[in-house]
Design a protein around this ligand. Structure first.
Ligand code: SAM
Length: 212
């Protein structure tokens, strides 16, 4: 699904308090204000609803959300600013660059919500669960850190399960209809809301970085 261009997004991103202009300057210091909480990283946050809701729900934790599409990042920045929450930050950038912004072992939980499936084989390396991404996450996650993935796409889910296993992660949880039961601990993302309304099942898996 192509995102509609938001004309004000570029300007908004230059002055949004939630947007971290130079994320490389925060390397190793993301948890400075909340050292006892966890650092969550959402990659491909879209309009930002999930991280915003999570940051409200888990006030002791810190949330960093990465989005590479300018219009989506602008909408997410605006949403984050409107919450007034201080444990929530936006990085307008590419998830391929995480190692510039986060120190090895600094991240506790990575969220991959409804990542683009990139169905054609020639685009497989763009999937956020492609081997190069999983290797990068392994470095950034702490020991026993987790990756939590949700998707509506069975092909991406199948591909990702094999990729996680191949990369040495251990499966902790799996569901092929996550929203069959209520999960008040896990807010719905914008995409997820649409899929649930259409009656589509939500696939979810949780992976542990135990080998570190
Ligand atoms: C299908 S949307 C899902 C948005 C949101 N997570 C949700 O569930 O509502 C996928 C989002 O991931 C972003 N994205 C894809 N690859 C990315 C990357 N390498 N780095 C940062 N964002 C990425 C896209 O721009 C898009 O906004």
């Amino acid at each position: 699904m192509r995102m509609r261009r938001i004309a004000w997004a570029a300007d908004y991103l230059t002055q949004s308090p939630s947007r971290i202009l130079n994320p490389e300057e925060k390397i190793g210091r993301w948890k400075k204000e909340r050292p006892d909480g966890k650092l969550h990283l959402e990659i491909g946050c879209g309009k930002g609803g999930y991280s915003a809701a999570m940051a409200k729900l888990y006030a002791k934790d810190t949330f960093a959300a990465v989005e590479k599409n300018e219009s989506a990042a602008g909408l997410a920045a605006k949403k984050f600013d409107e919450t007034g929450l201080e444990n929530l930050a936006l990085i307008y950038g590419d998830g391929a660059d995480l190692e510039k912004w986060f120190k090895p072992g600094e991240v506790d939980i990575i969220h991959l919500n409804f990542s683009d499936p990139w169905p054609k084989k020639r685009n497989a390396k763009r999937r956020l669960t492609a081997p190069a991404f999983l290797k990068q996450y392994h470095t950034l996650l702490c020991k026993n850190g987790q990756i939590i993935m949700k998707t509506d796409n069975p092909s991406l889910f199948e591909y990702s399960i094999l990729a996680f296993l191949e990369a040495g992660y251990a499966m902790e949880e799996i569901s092929v209809d996550f929203r069959r039961e209520d999960h008040p601990e896990d807010p719905l993302t914008e995409y997820e809301q649409k899929f649930v309304e259409q009656g589509k099942p939500i696939y979810r898996s949780v992976w542990n970085n135990y080998k570190k």
